[in-house]
Design a protein around this ligand. Structure first.
Ligand code: GBH
Length: 589
């Protein structure tokens, strides 16, 4: 589709236009910015010229990305019934595969535990990681399209999001396969660039129609749709215009995008998440790769806090607007991070743990759930380069959430840095600065130096099965940032070596992931029995997908996907059965 009436694509600075005009009327001051001298006469400096281009969506792709791969299937695939054989669980889940007449191990159930009937047994995914159809139906390029195509080595295996799971055309079957397993909630993200190819300006009705049908398909299968507005796919044009999350203009543009999404989908979508994992966006997606984007000369280490400030303001404004457009909604941002265990019981380790919370979850949770402002440790650091929040901004931020949404995958130990906290805080070249909390995945020598739990795939070194810490984690959240309920908006596991297995039947047995889901569900049941109001579990993820910079080399799916075209066939892994079996065993009848 070609959108010819384009809003002004401001690829380069606009303020210089004013300077050029000035130079024509005041030719004597050749030292003015934007002017230069030719034979003693001041003339406009061409490096300050700007132009108003008429840029189509296709032009944007050609300019930013170039050609993209196109899937074999480029029309919506109708759902076919899931073959009943596919729904037979592996022999050890729920029932043991012993021959009839033999003794079998005891299967225990704790009768004092239960999931309430209204519990959301869900799965999660994100647009860029599953949709493909990169250039289809009016979608504009995002920073991820650009970086993955253009920046050498950006992804471990040179992957792109061009096709991935082709979910843009296969969502009907994907949703049918969730329903067949008994899933009752689906958390997906909307690609900003499908609704607004330029990030702001004209709305692409083909993108609206797509998500309308995703939502209607969920409802048709009795699955509650939950939508995330931003899961990392920044419109490329906004990144170049004002630095994406680094520019305060993002607050208005994001709110306008949110307004369109709420007003077009809010009659059916009541569960909204504004922004996925602000910590990750700000600390690991900025600075953008050098040489590919306009540079706004913000020192690298400061960028994360400029980003954090704009994200809080954008989230809070979008929250307020959402409540006015969809009053019967629940809206939150998705926070993230592992549980932070002090390595020893020393007071220095306790202080390090507190700093770790402050510079991770607390950075966003304190303002929203507690004070309207950052933790004092964070403020101490940022006050030298950022304006404080005004009292009006604090008011908008405080309380801008209906629940606590947490992507809670794992746990790790924290301890004081070798140099000590004080000297680290005074030394900006310490690699742990400014949080100054050191961390490790292993217990101390007194506990035998064991890892905190079995590790995930070596390419996801941050992830261990550490579900035993989960109940403590929930009670920490519940007392530190009180809110009416908690939703586990992502949790999941990358089975070690999965991508090097070749036989389908071997891939489908994923024992560590299965035990992760088994133990995790028990941990949720323990928290529920302790009176913590957890209302949703959204497993990451329902299919193998594009794991960002790690490409397709790490798998998080509870379904295997045969990425060879034209197959793209999905198969349930054992872990999917473990996950839903735990729910079926414990849900109130
Ligand atoms: C989620 O983030 C994302 O929301 C989702 O898109 C992603 O697919 C899923 O995790 C699985 O990874 O490599 O040591 O530098 C989870 C939080 C934060 C965990 C960044 C990995 C990188 C740690 N992630 N972190 S490291």
């Amino acid at each position: 589709m070609r959108i010819s009436k384009v809003h002004k694509a401001l690829l380069f600075a606009t303020s210089a236009r004013h300077v050029i005009a000035q130079n024509y009327t005041n030719a004597s001051t050749s030292t003015e910015p934007g002017s230069t001298t030719v034979n003693g006469t001041a003339v406009a400096n061409p490096s300050a010229f700007v132009t108003n281009l008429q840029v189509s969506v296709d032009d944007l792709w050609d300019f930013f990305v170039g050609p993209v791969d196109v899937a074999n299937t480029t029309t919506t695939v109708q759902a076919t019934p899931v073959p009943s054989n596919d729904l037979i669980p592996p022999p050890y889940i729920g029932n043991y595969g012993f021959p009839p007449g033999r003794q079998v191990p005891m299967v225990t159930k704790n009768e004092s535990w239960s999931f309430p009937k209204a519990f959301h047994l869900g799965v999660a995914g994100a647009a860029f990681q599953i949709e493909g159809a990169a250039r289809a139906e009016g979608k504009g390029p995002s920073t991820w399209d650009v970086n993955m195509h253009r920046v050498p080595g950006f992804a471990l295996d040179n992957s792109t999001g061009d096709i991935t799971d082709n979910n843009y055309y296969m969502y009907k079957q994907d949703i049918a396969r969730l329903a067949a397993m008994g899933i009752n909630a689906y958390s997906f993200s909307i690609a900003w660039t499908r609704l607004f190819p330029f990030g702001s300006g004209p709305v692409n009705e083909l993108g609206i129609a797509h998500y309308n049908d995703v939502i209607d398909t969920c409802i048709q299968y009795n699955i509650t749709p939950m939508a995330t507005l931003y899961h990392w796919d920044m419109p490329a044009l906004l990144q170049n215009k004002y630095g994406g999350w680094l520019g305060e203009e993002i607050v208005e543009d994001f709110t306008e995008y949110a307004r369109v999404a709420y007003s077009r989908f809010g009659d059916r979508v009541k569960h909204w998440f504004t922004i996925n994992e602000p910590i990750v966006i700000c600390t690991s997606q900025y600075p953008m790769p050098e040489g590919y984007w306009r540079n706004f000369s913000i020192p690298d280490i400061q960028q994360q806090f400029v980003c954090g400030r704009n994200i809080l303001l954008a989230h809070a404004q979008a929250y307020r607007l959402g409540k006015s457009i969809v009053p019967d909604s629940s809206i939150a941002f998705k926070n993230n991070g592992g549980y932070k265990v002090p390595l020893t019981n020393s007071s220095a380790d306790a202080e390090a743990v507190q700093r770790a919370w402050d510079f991770n979850e607390g950075w966003f949770a304190d303002p929203v759930y507690l004070t309207g402002d950052w933790p004092s440790t964070v403020n101490d650091y940022v006050s030298s380069f950022l304006p404080p929040f005004t009292s009006q901004q604090k008011e908008v931020i405080l309380g801008s959430s209906d629940l606590f949404a947490h992507d809670a995958y794992t746990a790790q130990f924290y301890m004081v840095p070798d140099a000590g906290i004080e000297s680290c805080v005074a030394n900006s070249s310490n690699p742990l600065y400014p949080s100054c909390a050191n961390s490790t995945y292993t217990y101390g020598p007194a506990q035998g130096n064991w890892a905190i739990g079995p590790s995930a795939d070596a390419r996801a070194p941050w992830l261990h099965r550490a579900t035993d810490w989960f109940p403590a984690f929930m009670s920490y959240i519940n007392t530190t940032w009180p809110s009416p309920s908690i939703q586990i908006t992502e949790f999941g596991f990358a089975e070690p070596f999965e991508s090097s297995k070749t036989l389908l039947q071997d891939i489908l047995w994923d024992p560590i992931r299965a035990s992760y889901y088994h133990d995790y569900m028990e941990a949720i049941l323990i928290s529920l029995s302790e009176g913590i109001n957890i209302t949703a579990a959204l497993a990451w993820s329902f299919v193998d997908n594009l794991e960002w910079n790690s490409g397709f080399s790490i798998r998080f799916g509870m379904q295997y996907v045969n990425f060879t075209e034209p197959s793209l066939e999905r198969h349930y892994k054992a872990s999917f059965f473990e996950y839903t079996n735990m729910y079926k065993m414990y849900v109130e009848q």
